[in-house]
Design a binder for this molecule. Sequence first.
Ligand SMILES: *[C@@H]1O[C@H](CO)[C@@H](O)[C@H](O)[C@H]1NC(C)=O
Ligand SMILES: *[C@@H]1O[C@H](CO)[C@@H](O)[C@H](O)[C@H]1NC(C)=O
Length: 250
Amino acid sequence: MAGSRAGAMPVLGLIALIWVQGSSTVEVGHMLLQSEMVQTRNPTGEFMFEFDKDEIFYVDLEKKQTVWRLPQFAEFTSFEAAAALGNLAVDKFNLGIWIERSKNTSAIPVPPEVSVFSRYPVELGEPNVLICFMNKFFPPSINVTWYKNKMPVVEGVQETDFYPREDGSFRKFHYLTFIPNEEDIYTCSVDHWGLEQTMNKKWDAEVASQPSETSETLVCALGLAFGIIGMIVGTILTIKGMRRNGEQRR
Ligand SMILES: *[C@@H]1O[C@H](CO)[C@@H](O)[C@H](O)[C@H]1NC(C)=O
Ligand SMILES: *[C@@H]1O[C@H](CO)[C@@H](O)[C@H](O)[C@H]1NC(C)=O
């Protein structure tokens, strides 16, 4: 009897751990966000819709057309680019009033936090995508250049719009398709009004092979699980030992 109980309890400990981790992704409803921005810097405006923090579409202000980032939405809805242009014209008028009222006071720039990482786990020789992530900056005006071994790269490069953050700052992604090898060093070079000098974030295959935060978390969770199992097994053995002592005393 005691033997089967000892077998069941460590399993319970593991289930509790997994359940605690799963409970952090509680469903809290959905959010549709319309974001429009005008400024005196480049780009002078932006109009886009997000669903649960994923961009659905933006309006190309030069071509005056809606560009779908999640094309499945375009199958059951549409958006007139002219409506966005009308809104931005009003925003621009209002911006003029605010500039006057503030007596041309410039906003204080906040520099970006920049990180570079690969989209997929790195395997030498396997095509991959480098992501340069710029976060928490203001105003939404930034110049980004990819370098491969100090040479600027223009092919295989993509970028997103400026995504609004809840605190009024912005985030943005730049992408570079590449094939990792041991020699090449890539740099995401970022210019922003909030930075004293150009920020250069380097990436090479060696950087990628260092333990990431997720694998550290996994090691930590495994350690915790074994710790809990150890405690439970220890307790059971202690109880068994005490019982055995009691039996001997009887
Ligand atoms: C604000 O700037 C505009 C154009 O740059 C200028 O015409 C205007 O006189 C300035 N206003 C003040 C209050 O400095
Ligand atoms: C970005 O580049 C443009 C064109 O060269 C320049 O006018 C602008 O000042 C640059 N912006 C920043 C934030 O460095």
